[in-house]
Design a protein around this ligand. Structure first.
Ligand code: M6R
Length: 603
Protein backbone atom coordinates (compact mmCIF):
# COMPACT_ATOMS: atom_id res chain seq x y z
CA UNK A 1 0.00 0.00 0.00
CA UNK A 2 1.06 3.63 -0.30
CA UNK A 3 3.91 5.16 1.70
CA UNK A 4 4.50 8.76 2.79
CA UNK A 5 7.56 10.72 3.89
CA UNK A 6 8.20 14.41 4.54
CA UNK A 7 11.11 16.58 5.72
CA UNK A 8 11.75 20.14 6.94
CA UNK A 9 15.37 21.14 7.47
CA UNK A 10 18.71 22.04 5.95
CA UNK A 11 19.96 18.62 4.88
CA UNK A 12 19.84 17.26 1.34
CA UNK A 13 16.10 16.61 0.95
CA UNK A 14 16.47 13.92 -1.69
CA UNK A 15 18.48 11.69 0.66
CA UNK A 16 15.83 11.36 3.33
CA UNK A 17 12.92 11.26 0.91
CA UNK A 18 14.36 8.43 -1.17
CA UNK A 19 15.82 6.44 1.71
CA UNK A 20 12.54 6.81 3.60
CA UNK A 21 10.52 5.57 0.65
CA UNK A 22 12.94 2.67 0.32
CA UNK A 23 12.08 1.65 3.89
CA UNK A 24 8.39 1.63 2.94
CA UNK A 25 8.98 -0.35 -0.24
CA UNK A 26 7.94 -3.65 1.37
CA UNK A 27 4.35 -2.39 1.55
CA UNK A 28 4.07 -2.68 -2.22
CA UNK A 29 3.70 0.17 -4.73
CA UNK A 30 3.59 0.82 -8.43
CA UNK A 31 4.92 4.39 -8.79
CA UNK A 32 6.67 7.02 -6.71
CA UNK A 33 7.29 10.75 -6.59
CA UNK A 34 8.79 13.61 -4.59
CA UNK A 35 8.40 17.41 -4.43
CA UNK A 36 10.85 19.83 -2.84
CA UNK A 37 10.15 23.50 -2.07
CA UNK A 38 13.22 25.69 -1.65
CA UNK A 39 13.96 29.35 -2.36
CA UNK A 40 10.37 29.96 -3.50
CA UNK A 41 10.36 27.20 -6.13
CA UNK A 42 8.92 23.70 -6.19
CA UNK A 43 10.70 20.88 -8.03
CA UNK A 44 8.80 17.66 -8.56
CA UNK A 45 9.75 14.27 -9.99
CA UNK A 46 7.66 11.16 -10.59
CA UNK A 47 8.32 7.71 -12.02
CA UNK A 48 6.35 4.52 -12.49
CA UNK A 49 7.66 1.14 -11.38
CA UNK A 50 10.53 0.62 -8.97
CA UNK A 51 12.04 3.33 -6.78
CA UNK A 52 15.26 2.90 -8.72
CA UNK A 53 13.52 4.69 -11.62
CA UNK A 54 12.85 7.73 -9.40
CA UNK A 55 16.36 7.45 -8.03
CA UNK A 56 17.76 7.58 -11.57
CA UNK A 57 15.53 10.52 -12.53
CA UNK A 58 16.71 12.60 -9.58
CA UNK A 59 20.37 11.55 -9.79
CA UNK A 60 21.62 15.04 -10.60
CA UNK A 61 19.14 16.84 -8.37
CA UNK A 62 20.43 18.53 -5.23
CA UNK A 63 18.51 20.51 -2.61
CA UNK A 64 20.68 21.25 0.39
CA UNK A 65 20.08 24.41 2.44
CA UNK A 66 16.79 25.08 4.21
CA UNK A 67 13.74 23.70 2.46
CA UNK A 68 10.85 21.28 2.71
CA UNK A 69 10.12 18.07 0.85
CA UNK A 70 7.48 15.36 0.51
CA UNK A 71 7.68 11.89 -1.03
CA UNK A 72 5.23 9.11 -1.84
CA UNK A 73 5.00 5.56 -3.10
CA UNK A 74 1.60 4.87 -4.70
CA UNK A 75 -0.33 1.62 -4.75
CA UNK A 76 -3.07 2.32 -7.28
CA UNK A 77 -6.69 2.40 -6.11
CA UNK A 78 -8.27 5.08 -8.36
CA UNK A 79 -6.78 5.18 -11.84
CA UNK A 80 -4.03 3.15 -13.41
CA UNK A 81 -0.43 3.15 -12.14
CA UNK A 82 0.77 5.83 -14.58
CA UNK A 83 3.14 8.73 -14.03
CA UNK A 84 0.24 11.19 -14.19
CA UNK A 85 -1.58 9.33 -11.43
CA UNK A 86 1.57 9.09 -9.28
CA UNK A 87 1.81 11.54 -6.37
CA UNK A 88 2.50 14.43 -5.73
CA UNK A 89 -0.52 16.04 -7.40
CA UNK A 90 -0.47 19.75 -7.95
CA UNK A 91 -2.70 22.73 -8.49
CA UNK A 92 -1.43 26.19 -9.40
CA UNK A 93 0.89 26.69 -6.42
CA UNK A 94 0.57 23.66 -4.10
CA UNK A 95 1.49 19.96 -4.08
CA UNK A 96 -0.10 17.11 -2.16
CA UNK A 97 0.56 13.45 -1.34
CA UNK A 98 -2.03 11.16 0.23
CA UNK A 99 -2.50 7.61 1.50
CA UNK A 100 -5.99 6.14 1.80
CA UNK A 101 -9.20 6.80 -0.10
CA UNK A 102 -11.27 10.00 -0.25
CA UNK A 103 -14.77 8.56 -0.36
CA UNK A 104 -16.54 11.77 -1.36
CA UNK A 105 -14.03 12.75 -4.04
CA UNK A 106 -16.60 12.50 -6.84
CA UNK A 107 -18.88 15.09 -5.24
CA UNK A 108 -15.93 17.43 -4.53
CA UNK A 109 -14.62 16.95 -8.06
CA UNK A 110 -18.00 17.78 -9.62
CA UNK A 111 -18.11 21.07 -7.70
CA UNK A 112 -14.55 21.93 -8.65
CA UNK A 113 -15.19 21.11 -12.31
CA UNK A 114 -18.15 23.52 -12.25
CA UNK A 115 -15.69 26.19 -11.02
CA UNK A 116 -13.53 25.49 -14.07
CA UNK A 117 -10.77 23.56 -12.27
CA UNK A 118 -8.85 21.25 -14.59
CA UNK A 119 -7.85 17.79 -13.41
CA UNK A 120 -4.84 15.96 -14.74
CA UNK A 121 -5.16 12.58 -13.04
CA UNK A 122 -7.86 9.99 -12.38
CA UNK A 123 -7.06 9.89 -8.68
CA UNK A 124 -9.23 10.77 -5.71
CA UNK A 125 -6.20 12.58 -4.22
CA UNK A 126 -6.10 15.42 -6.72
CA UNK A 127 -9.28 16.98 -5.31
CA UNK A 128 -7.40 17.80 -2.09
CA UNK A 129 -4.98 20.23 -3.66
CA UNK A 130 -7.62 21.92 -5.83
CA UNK A 131 -10.00 22.29 -2.92
CA UNK A 132 -7.22 23.84 -0.81
CA UNK A 133 -6.41 26.33 -3.57
CA UNK A 134 -10.09 27.14 -4.08
CA UNK A 135 -10.39 28.16 -0.41
CA UNK A 136 -7.31 30.38 -0.83
CA UNK A 137 -8.77 31.98 -3.97
CA UNK A 138 -11.86 32.70 -1.86
CA UNK A 139 -9.74 34.72 0.56
CA UNK A 140 -8.75 32.20 3.24
CA UNK A 141 -5.22 32.04 4.64
CA UNK A 142 -3.33 28.85 3.81
CA UNK A 143 -3.91 27.64 7.39
CA UNK A 144 -7.67 28.11 7.40
CA UNK A 145 -7.85 26.81 3.81
CA UNK A 146 -6.16 23.60 4.93
CA UNK A 147 -8.46 23.29 7.94
CA UNK A 148 -11.51 23.74 5.70
CA UNK A 149 -10.14 21.25 3.18
CA UNK A 150 -9.64 18.59 5.82
CA UNK A 151 -13.11 19.10 7.25
CA UNK A 152 -14.59 18.62 3.75
CA UNK A 153 -12.98 15.19 3.28
CA UNK A 154 -14.66 11.89 4.06
CA UNK A 155 -12.78 8.62 4.14
CA UNK A 156 -9.32 7.55 5.14
CA UNK A 157 -6.29 9.72 4.71
CA UNK A 158 -2.77 10.59 5.68
CA UNK A 159 -2.01 13.84 3.85
CA UNK A 160 1.05 16.06 3.43
CA UNK A 161 0.63 19.29 1.49
CA UNK A 162 3.11 22.04 0.62
CA UNK A 163 2.32 25.41 -0.95
CA UNK A 164 4.16 28.45 -2.27
CA UNK A 165 1.76 30.52 -0.14
CA UNK A 166 3.58 29.28 3.00
CA UNK A 167 6.94 28.08 1.70
CA UNK A 168 8.34 26.92 5.08
CA UNK A 169 5.34 24.82 6.05
CA UNK A 170 4.21 21.22 5.66
CA UNK A 171 0.46 20.84 6.27
CA UNK A 172 -0.59 17.41 7.51
CA UNK A 173 -3.75 15.46 8.41
CA UNK A 174 -4.50 11.93 9.55
CA UNK A 175 -7.62 9.81 9.67
CA UNK A 176 -7.74 5.98 9.74
CA UNK A 177 -4.35 5.73 8.00
CA UNK A 178 -1.09 5.95 9.97
CA UNK A 179 1.05 9.08 10.09
CA UNK A 180 4.06 9.65 12.33
CA UNK A 181 5.91 12.92 13.06
CA UNK A 182 9.51 12.90 14.23
CA UNK A 183 11.79 15.68 15.52
CA UNK A 184 15.57 15.55 15.47
CA UNK A 185 17.89 17.18 18.00
CA UNK A 186 18.81 19.66 15.22
CA UNK A 187 15.16 20.78 15.07
CA UNK A 188 14.46 19.08 11.77
CA UNK A 189 10.91 17.76 11.37
CA UNK A 190 10.15 14.46 9.67
CA UNK A 191 6.96 12.72 8.57
CA UNK A 192 6.35 9.13 7.64
CA UNK A 193 3.57 6.57 7.34
CA UNK A 194 5.46 4.25 9.72
CA UNK A 195 8.37 4.66 12.08
CA UNK A 196 10.80 2.51 10.06
CA UNK A 197 12.01 5.36 7.76
CA UNK A 198 12.68 7.59 10.79
CA UNK A 199 15.14 5.26 12.51
CA UNK A 200 18.56 6.85 12.59
CA UNK A 201 17.17 10.33 11.81
CA UNK A 202 15.15 11.13 14.96
CA UNK A 203 15.12 10.10 18.58
CA UNK A 204 11.48 10.89 19.31
CA UNK A 205 8.23 10.52 17.41
CA UNK A 206 4.52 11.09 17.77
CA UNK A 207 1.97 8.67 16.30
CA UNK A 208 -0.92 10.90 15.23
CA UNK A 209 -4.47 10.03 16.23
CA UNK A 210 -7.46 9.93 13.90
CA UNK A 211 -8.87 13.39 13.22
CA UNK A 212 -5.63 15.23 14.05
CA UNK A 213 -4.20 17.73 11.58
CA UNK A 214 -1.96 20.77 11.62
CA UNK A 215 1.15 22.34 10.19
CA UNK A 216 4.86 22.11 10.83
CA UNK A 217 7.39 24.90 10.34
CA UNK A 218 11.04 25.10 11.13
CA UNK A 219 11.21 24.30 14.90
CA UNK A 220 7.47 24.17 15.58
CA UNK A 221 4.49 21.91 15.09
CA UNK A 222 0.89 23.06 15.48
CA UNK A 223 -1.48 20.18 16.17
CA UNK A 224 -5.28 20.42 16.15
CA UNK A 225 -8.40 18.30 16.26
CA UNK A 226 -11.84 19.75 15.53
CA UNK A 227 -10.18 23.23 15.49
CA UNK A 228 -8.98 22.75 19.09
CA UNK A 229 -5.29 22.81 19.80
CA UNK A 230 -3.71 19.53 20.96
CA UNK A 231 -0.54 18.82 22.86
CA UNK A 232 2.27 16.96 21.13
CA UNK A 233 2.84 13.59 22.76
CA UNK A 234 6.33 12.72 21.61
CA UNK A 235 7.81 9.38 22.66
CA UNK A 236 11.25 7.85 22.26
CA UNK A 237 11.97 5.88 19.09
CA UNK A 238 14.15 2.98 20.10
CA UNK A 239 13.44 0.38 17.43
CA UNK A 240 15.88 -1.24 15.07
CA UNK A 241 14.93 -1.39 11.41
CA UNK A 242 13.65 -4.93 11.10
CA UNK A 243 11.57 -4.88 14.27
CA UNK A 244 10.12 -1.56 13.15
CA UNK A 245 8.89 -3.21 9.99
CA UNK A 246 7.36 -5.88 12.18
CA UNK A 247 5.84 -3.16 14.39
CA UNK A 248 6.93 -5.06 17.51
CA UNK A 249 5.42 -8.41 16.47
CA UNK A 250 7.62 -11.48 16.62
CA UNK A 251 6.99 -12.47 13.02
CA UNK A 252 5.53 -10.86 9.92
CA UNK A 253 2.84 -13.53 9.94
CA UNK A 254 1.76 -12.45 13.42
CA UNK A 255 1.70 -8.81 12.34
CA UNK A 256 -0.32 -9.73 9.26
CA UNK A 257 -2.84 -11.66 11.38
CA UNK A 258 -3.30 -8.62 13.61
CA UNK A 259 -3.55 -6.31 10.58
CA UNK A 260 -6.54 -8.11 9.12
CA UNK A 261 -9.14 -5.90 10.75
CA UNK A 262 -7.52 -2.85 9.16
CA UNK A 263 -6.83 -4.24 5.69
CA UNK A 264 -10.32 -5.66 5.34
CA UNK A 265 -11.49 -2.07 5.92
CA UNK A 266 -9.33 -1.12 2.92
CA UNK A 267 -10.89 -3.88 0.83
CA UNK A 268 -14.35 -2.53 1.62
CA UNK A 269 -13.48 1.12 1.27
CA UNK A 270 -15.49 2.92 -1.40
CA UNK A 271 -17.15 -0.31 -2.48
CA UNK A 272 -20.38 -0.02 -0.50
CA UNK A 273 -22.78 2.85 -1.12
CA UNK A 274 -26.01 2.69 0.85
CA UNK A 275 -27.67 -0.61 0.04
CA UNK A 276 -25.46 -1.34 -2.96
CA UNK A 277 -22.08 -2.77 -3.76
CA UNK A 278 -20.16 -0.54 -6.18
CA UNK A 279 -17.44 -2.20 -8.22
CA UNK A 280 -16.56 0.36 -10.89
CA UNK A 281 -13.87 -2.01 -12.17
CA UNK A 282 -16.60 -4.36 -13.47
CA UNK A 283 -18.92 -1.79 -15.02
CA UNK A 284 -18.18 -3.10 -18.52
CA UNK A 285 -19.15 -6.72 -17.88
CA UNK A 286 -22.55 -7.55 -19.32
CA UNK A 287 -23.94 -9.86 -16.64
CA UNK A 288 -27.00 -10.71 -18.79
CA UNK A 289 -24.65 -12.89 -20.82
CA UNK A 290 -23.19 -14.68 -17.79
CA UNK A 291 -24.97 -17.78 -16.47
CA UNK A 292 -22.28 -19.42 -14.39
CA UNK A 293 -18.90 -18.89 -12.75
CA UNK A 294 -15.83 -21.07 -12.83
CA UNK A 295 -13.01 -20.24 -10.42
CA UNK A 296 -9.45 -21.54 -10.67
CA UNK A 297 -6.78 -21.04 -8.02
CA UNK A 298 -4.13 -22.80 -5.92
CA UNK A 299 -3.52 -23.28 -2.19
CA UNK A 300 -5.08 -20.70 0.08
CA UNK A 301 -6.58 -18.85 -2.89
CA UNK A 302 -8.36 -22.10 -3.80
CA UNK A 303 -9.84 -22.20 -0.31
CA UNK A 304 -11.13 -18.64 -0.75
CA UNK A 305 -12.67 -19.76 -4.05
CA UNK A 306 -14.35 -22.74 -2.42
CA UNK A 307 -15.81 -20.49 0.26
CA UNK A 308 -17.17 -18.19 -2.43
CA UNK A 309 -18.83 -21.06 -4.29
CA UNK A 310 -21.28 -21.39 -1.37
CA UNK A 311 -21.95 -17.65 -1.46
CA UNK A 312 -22.47 -17.43 -5.22
CA UNK A 313 -25.07 -20.20 -5.28
CA UNK A 314 -26.80 -19.26 -2.02
CA UNK A 315 -26.91 -15.49 -2.40
CA UNK A 316 -26.54 -14.62 -6.08
CA UNK A 317 -28.20 -17.84 -7.36
CA UNK A 318 -25.42 -18.28 -9.88
CA UNK A 319 -23.91 -21.72 -10.56
CA UNK A 320 -20.33 -21.77 -9.38
CA UNK A 321 -17.72 -24.40 -9.90
CA UNK A 322 -14.21 -24.29 -8.41
CA UNK A 323 -11.10 -26.09 -9.61
CA UNK A 324 -7.48 -26.37 -8.57
CA UNK A 325 -5.62 -24.67 -11.41
CA UNK A 326 -3.05 -27.44 -11.92
CA UNK A 327 -5.88 -29.99 -12.32
CA UNK A 328 -8.00 -27.81 -14.55
CA UNK A 329 -5.24 -27.26 -17.09
CA UNK A 330 -4.87 -30.90 -18.09
CA UNK A 331 -8.41 -32.25 -17.87
CA UNK A 332 -9.57 -31.02 -21.29
CA UNK A 333 -12.32 -28.96 -19.67
CA UNK A 334 -15.60 -28.10 -21.35
CA UNK A 335 -15.78 -24.32 -21.40
CA UNK A 336 -18.35 -21.92 -22.76
CA UNK A 337 -18.54 -18.19 -23.17
CA UNK A 338 -21.56 -17.74 -20.93
CA UNK A 339 -19.40 -18.75 -17.96
CA UNK A 340 -17.34 -16.03 -16.29
CA UNK A 341 -13.84 -17.35 -15.65
CA UNK A 342 -12.37 -16.10 -12.37
CA UNK A 343 -8.83 -16.62 -11.11
CA UNK A 344 -7.71 -15.83 -7.59
CA UNK A 345 -4.12 -15.22 -6.65
CA UNK A 346 -2.37 -13.30 -3.91
CA UNK A 347 0.86 -12.86 -5.87
CA UNK A 348 -0.60 -12.68 -9.36
CA UNK A 349 2.33 -14.80 -10.58
CA UNK A 350 1.31 -18.39 -9.79
CA UNK A 351 2.23 -20.34 -12.92
CA UNK A 352 -0.69 -22.80 -12.93
CA UNK A 353 -3.26 -20.10 -12.27
CA UNK A 354 -1.78 -17.88 -14.96
CA UNK A 355 -1.82 -20.70 -17.52
CA UNK A 356 -5.41 -21.61 -16.63
CA UNK A 357 -6.33 -17.98 -17.20
CA UNK A 358 -4.64 -17.94 -20.59
CA UNK A 359 -6.51 -21.13 -21.57
CA UNK A 360 -9.85 -19.55 -20.70
CA UNK A 361 -9.00 -16.38 -22.59
CA UNK A 362 -8.03 -18.35 -25.66
CA UNK A 363 -11.45 -20.01 -25.54
CA UNK A 364 -13.10 -16.58 -25.69
CA UNK A 365 -14.29 -16.54 -22.07
CA UNK A 366 -14.64 -13.28 -20.14
CA UNK A 367 -11.98 -13.38 -17.43
CA UNK A 368 -11.69 -11.72 -14.05
CA UNK A 369 -8.66 -11.70 -11.73
CA UNK A 370 -9.01 -11.29 -7.99
CA UNK A 371 -5.53 -10.37 -6.97
CA UNK A 372 -3.43 -8.50 -4.41
CA UNK A 373 -0.70 -7.28 -6.74
CA UNK A 374 -1.51 -4.71 -9.37
CA UNK A 375 0.48 -5.03 -12.58
CA UNK A 376 1.24 -8.69 -11.88
CA UNK A 377 1.14 -11.14 -14.80
CA UNK A 378 -2.33 -12.35 -13.85
CA UNK A 379 -3.73 -8.81 -13.61
CA UNK A 380 -2.19 -7.87 -16.93
CA UNK A 381 -3.65 -10.96 -18.60
CA UNK A 382 -7.22 -10.86 -17.27
CA UNK A 383 -9.95 -8.76 -18.90
CA UNK A 384 -11.06 -7.38 -15.53
CA UNK A 385 -9.49 -7.13 -12.08
CA UNK A 386 -10.65 -6.69 -8.53
CA UNK A 387 -7.73 -5.81 -6.28
CA UNK A 388 -7.95 -7.23 -2.78
CA UNK A 389 -5.90 -4.37 -1.21
CA UNK A 390 -4.27 -6.48 1.53
CA UNK A 391 -0.94 -4.64 1.19
CA UNK A 392 2.20 -6.69 0.69
CA UNK A 393 2.16 -9.98 2.58
CA UNK A 394 5.59 -11.05 3.82
CA UNK A 395 4.80 -14.25 5.69
CA UNK A 396 4.87 -17.18 3.28
CA UNK A 397 1.80 -18.59 5.00
CA UNK A 398 -1.01 -16.47 3.69
CA UNK A 399 -3.32 -14.83 6.23
CA UNK A 400 -4.51 -11.33 5.38
CA UNK A 401 -4.44 -12.17 1.66
CA UNK A 402 -6.99 -14.93 2.35
CA UNK A 403 -9.22 -12.67 4.47
CA UNK A 404 -9.28 -9.96 1.79
CA UNK A 405 -9.89 -12.50 -0.98
CA UNK A 406 -12.97 -13.80 0.83
CA UNK A 407 -14.24 -10.26 1.44
CA UNK A 408 -13.69 -9.33 -2.23
CA UNK A 409 -15.51 -12.47 -3.36
CA UNK A 410 -18.38 -11.76 -0.99
CA UNK A 411 -18.63 -8.21 -2.37
CA UNK A 412 -18.55 -9.61 -5.89
CA UNK A 413 -21.30 -12.12 -5.05
CA UNK A 414 -23.56 -9.32 -3.84
CA UNK A 415 -22.67 -7.15 -6.81
CA UNK A 416 -23.53 -9.97 -9.19
CA UNK A 417 -26.78 -10.72 -7.35
CA UNK A 418 -27.71 -7.06 -7.79
CA UNK A 419 -26.79 -7.01 -11.46
CA UNK A 420 -28.79 -10.15 -12.14
CA UNK A 421 -31.63 -9.06 -9.82
CA UNK A 422 -31.44 -12.36 -7.97
CA UNK A 423 -30.94 -10.94 -4.51
CA UNK A 424 -33.89 -9.44 -2.62
CA UNK A 425 -33.25 -6.01 -1.15
CA UNK A 426 -33.87 -7.11 2.49
CA UNK A 427 -31.24 -9.84 2.08
CA UNK A 428 -28.89 -7.31 0.50
CA UNK A 429 -29.30 -5.05 3.53
CA UNK A 430 -28.53 -7.92 5.91
CA UNK A 431 -25.47 -8.93 3.92
CA UNK A 432 -24.09 -5.40 3.73
CA UNK A 433 -24.62 -4.92 7.45
CA UNK A 434 -22.81 -8.21 8.06
CA UNK A 435 -19.94 -7.19 5.76
CA UNK A 436 -19.48 -3.92 7.60
CA UNK A 437 -19.21 -5.77 10.91
CA UNK A 438 -16.27 -7.92 9.73
CA UNK A 439 -13.46 -5.46 10.60
CA UNK A 440 -14.69 -5.65 14.20
CA UNK A 441 -14.92 -9.46 14.14
CA UNK A 442 -11.29 -9.47 13.00
CA UNK A 443 -9.95 -7.64 16.04
CA UNK A 444 -7.67 -10.09 17.82
CA UNK A 445 -8.91 -10.79 21.34
CA UNK A 446 -5.68 -10.83 23.39
CA UNK A 447 -7.20 -13.22 25.95
CA UNK A 448 -7.94 -15.76 23.20
CA UNK A 449 -4.46 -15.35 21.76
CA UNK A 450 -3.00 -15.94 25.22
CA UNK A 451 -5.17 -19.04 25.69
CA UNK A 452 -4.04 -20.42 22.31
CA UNK A 453 -0.46 -19.81 23.35
CA UNK A 454 -1.05 -21.86 26.52
CA UNK A 455 -2.95 -24.63 24.72
CA UNK A 456 -0.41 -24.93 21.94
CA UNK A 457 2.01 -26.90 24.15
CA UNK A 458 -0.48 -29.80 24.12
CA UNK A 459 -0.50 -29.99 20.32
CA UNK A 460 3.12 -30.53 19.38
CA UNK A 461 2.97 -34.25 18.67
CA UNK A 462 0.31 -36.84 17.85
CA UNK A 463 -0.26 -38.66 14.59
CA UNK A 464 -2.30 -35.98 12.93
CA UNK A 465 -4.80 -33.17 13.01
CA UNK A 466 -8.24 -33.17 11.44
CA UNK A 467 -9.82 -29.74 11.02
CA UNK A 468 -13.51 -30.32 10.42
CA UNK A 469 -16.40 -28.08 9.45
CA UNK A 470 -19.51 -27.96 7.31
CA UNK A 471 -20.66 -25.57 4.57
CA UNK A 472 -18.35 -22.52 4.39
CA UNK A 473 -16.58 -23.87 7.48
CA UNK A 474 -15.36 -26.80 5.39
CA UNK A 475 -13.08 -24.60 3.20
CA UNK A 476 -12.10 -22.83 6.40
CA UNK A 477 -11.14 -26.23 7.86
CA UNK A 478 -9.02 -26.86 4.75
CA UNK A 479 -7.36 -23.48 5.21
CA UNK A 480 -6.78 -24.05 8.96
CA UNK A 481 -5.10 -27.38 8.21
CA UNK A 482 -2.98 -25.87 5.44
CA UNK A 483 -1.78 -23.09 7.78
CA UNK A 484 -0.81 -25.60 10.43
CA UNK A 485 1.07 -27.94 8.12
CA UNK A 486 2.89 -25.12 6.31
CA UNK A 487 4.52 -23.69 9.42
CA UNK A 488 4.52 -26.56 11.96
CA UNK A 489 5.39 -29.44 9.58
CA UNK A 490 2.80 -31.54 11.44
CA UNK A 491 0.37 -33.58 9.41
CA UNK A 492 -3.04 -31.90 9.19
CA UNK A 493 -6.08 -32.40 7.00
CA UNK A 494 -9.23 -30.40 6.47
CA UNK A 495 -12.35 -32.47 6.09
CA UNK A 496 -16.10 -31.97 5.67
CA UNK A 497 -17.39 -33.04 9.10
CA UNK A 498 -20.11 -35.25 7.61
CA UNK A 499 -17.50 -37.25 5.66
CA UNK A 500 -15.46 -38.42 8.67
CA UNK A 501 -17.57 -41.52 9.14
CA UNK A 502 -16.90 -42.54 5.52
CA UNK A 503 -13.32 -43.51 6.23
CA UNK A 504 -11.13 -41.09 8.23
CA UNK A 505 -12.84 -41.94 11.54
CA UNK A 506 -10.84 -45.19 11.42
CA UNK A 507 -7.85 -43.05 12.48
CA UNK A 508 -9.58 -41.76 15.61
CA UNK A 509 -7.81 -42.33 18.93
CA UNK A 510 -6.48 -40.05 21.66
CA UNK A 511 -3.46 -39.13 19.54
CA UNK A 512 -5.69 -37.84 16.72
CA UNK A 513 -6.39 -34.16 17.30
CA UNK A 514 -9.69 -32.91 15.97
CA UNK A 515 -10.13 -29.15 15.60
CA UNK A 516 -13.90 -28.75 15.31
CA UNK A 517 -15.35 -25.55 13.86
CA UNK A 518 -18.81 -25.40 15.45
CA UNK A 519 -20.56 -22.16 14.51
CA UNK A 520 -23.96 -21.45 16.02
CA UNK A 521 -25.45 -19.79 12.95
CA UNK A 522 -25.02 -22.69 10.52
CA UNK A 523 -25.74 -26.43 10.90
CA UNK A 524 -24.83 -26.48 14.62
CA UNK A 525 -26.76 -29.68 15.45
CA UNK A 526 -25.41 -31.58 12.45
CA UNK A 527 -21.91 -30.58 13.39
CA UNK A 528 -22.51 -31.55 17.02
CA UNK A 529 -23.44 -35.10 16.02
CA UNK A 530 -20.30 -35.42 13.90
CA UNK A 531 -18.11 -34.23 16.76
CA UNK A 532 -19.85 -36.58 19.23
CA UNK A 533 -19.02 -39.49 16.90
CA UNK A 534 -15.33 -38.56 17.12
CA UNK A 535 -15.46 -38.09 20.86
CA UNK A 536 -16.98 -41.57 21.22
CA UNK A 537 -13.86 -42.90 19.44
CA UNK A 538 -11.58 -41.08 21.91
CA UNK A 539 -10.23 -38.44 19.52
CA UNK A 540 -8.78 -35.44 21.40
CA UNK A 541 -11.12 -32.54 20.69
CA UNK A 542 -10.36 -28.85 20.46
CA UNK A 543 -13.74 -27.22 19.90
CA UNK A 544 -14.11 -23.67 18.63
CA UNK A 545 -17.66 -22.46 19.19
CA UNK A 546 -19.79 -19.82 20.91
CA UNK A 547 -21.69 -22.68 22.61
CA UNK A 548 -20.04 -24.57 25.47
CA UNK A 549 -19.50 -28.19 24.45
CA UNK A 550 -19.06 -30.55 27.37
CA UNK A 551 -17.24 -33.28 25.43
CA UNK A 552 -14.44 -30.93 24.38
CA UNK A 553 -10.97 -31.62 25.78
CA UNK A 554 -10.07 -28.02 25.01
CA UNK A 555 -12.49 -25.28 24.22
CA UNK A 556 -12.18 -21.82 22.65
CA UNK A 557 -15.31 -19.77 23.18
CA UNK A 558 -16.09 -17.42 20.33
CA UNK A 559 -18.45 -14.43 20.40
CA UNK A 560 -22.11 -14.58 19.49
CA UNK A 561 -22.66 -13.54 15.86
CA UNK A 562 -25.87 -13.19 13.88
CA UNK A 563 -24.29 -13.95 10.51
CA UNK A 564 -22.22 -17.04 9.58
CA UNK A 565 -19.51 -14.90 7.99
CA UNK A 566 -18.90 -13.18 11.33
CA UNK A 567 -18.26 -16.61 12.85
CA UNK A 568 -16.20 -17.58 9.81
CA UNK A 569 -13.77 -14.70 10.24
CA UNK A 570 -13.46 -15.06 14.00
CA UNK A 571 -12.71 -18.78 13.61
CA UNK A 572 -10.26 -18.02 10.81
CA UNK A 573 -8.31 -15.80 13.22
CA UNK A 574 -8.24 -18.56 15.83
CA UNK A 575 -6.95 -21.22 13.44
CA UNK A 576 -4.24 -18.82 12.20
CA UNK A 577 -3.12 -17.99 15.75
CA UNK A 578 -3.16 -21.66 16.75
CA UNK A 579 -0.84 -22.55 13.84
CA UNK A 580 1.40 -19.59 14.71
CA UNK A 581 1.74 -20.54 18.37
CA UNK A 582 2.44 -24.22 17.60
CA UNK A 583 5.08 -23.23 15.06
CA UNK A 584 6.77 -20.83 17.48
CA UNK A 585 6.88 -23.51 20.19
CA UNK A 586 8.45 -25.92 17.73
CA UNK A 587 11.14 -23.34 16.99
CA UNK A 588 10.34 -23.13 13.28
CA UNK A 589 10.93 -20.20 10.97
CA UNK A 590 7.35 -18.93 10.91
CA UNK A 591 7.82 -16.44 8.08
CA UNK A 592 9.96 -18.61 5.83
CA UNK A 593 8.93 -22.22 6.34
CA UNK A 594 11.10 -24.90 4.78
CA UNK A 595 10.51 -25.86 1.13
CA UNK A 596 7.98 -23.08 0.46
CA UNK A 597 8.10 -19.94 -1.68
CA UNK A 598 5.89 -16.88 -1.55
CA UNK A 599 5.38 -16.76 -5.27
CA UNK A 600 5.14 -20.11 -7.06
CA UNK A 601 6.17 -19.32 -10.62
CA UNK A 602 6.84 -22.90 -11.66
CA UNK A 603 4.15 -25.42 -12.49
O1 M6R B 1 -0.12 -16.23 -4.97
P1 M6R B 1 -1.24 -17.27 -4.99
O2 M6R B 1 -2.40 -16.87 -4.16
O3 M6R B 1 -1.64 -17.62 -6.39
O4 M6R B 1 -0.57 -18.54 -4.35
C1 M6R B 1 -1.23 -19.75 -4.27
C2 M6R B 1 -0.58 -20.66 -3.25
O5 M6R B 1 0.74 -20.93 -3.61
C3 M6R B 1 -0.58 -20.02 -1.86
O6 M6R B 1 -1.87 -19.68 -1.47
C4 M6R B 1 0.03 -20.98 -0.84
O7 M6R B 1 -0.80 -22.07 -0.65
C5 M6R B 1 0.30 -20.22 0.47
N1 M6R B 1 1.60 -20.53 0.95
C6 M6R B 1 -0.70 -20.49 1.51
O8 M6R B 1 -0.36 -20.02 2.76
Amino acid sequence: MCGIVGYIGVKEKRNFLLSGLKELEYRGYDSAGIAVLKNGEIDSFKATGKLSHLDAKTKNYSSSGFGIGIGHTRWATHGKPTEINAHPHWGKFSYVIHNGIIENYKEIKEDLLKDGVEFLSQTDTEVIVHLFEKFIRNGETAFSAFEKTVSSLQGAYAILLISLKEPDVIFFAKNAVPLVIGKSTDNEIFFSSSDAPLIGWVKEVMYLEDGQYGWAQNHSITLLKNTTSQSLKMQPLTLDKISAQKDGYRFFMEKEIYEQSLVVGETLMGRIKGNSVVLDELSHINFDNINAIKICACGTSYHAALTASYLFERLAKVRCNVEIASEFRYKTPLLDTTTLFVVISQSGETADTLEALKMAKNRGMTTLAICNVDNSSIVRTADFTLLTRAGIEKGVASTKAFATQVITLWLFTLFMGEQKKTIPSELMTEEIEALLRIPLALHVDEAIHEKLHRLSKRYLHGHGFFFIGRDIFYPLALEGALKLKEISYLHAEGYPAGEMKHGPIALADSELFTIALMPKTLLYDKMKSNVEELSARDSTLLVISPETFELADDFIKTKAHIHPMGEFFEMMLITQLLALEISIRLGNDVDMPRNLAKSVTVE
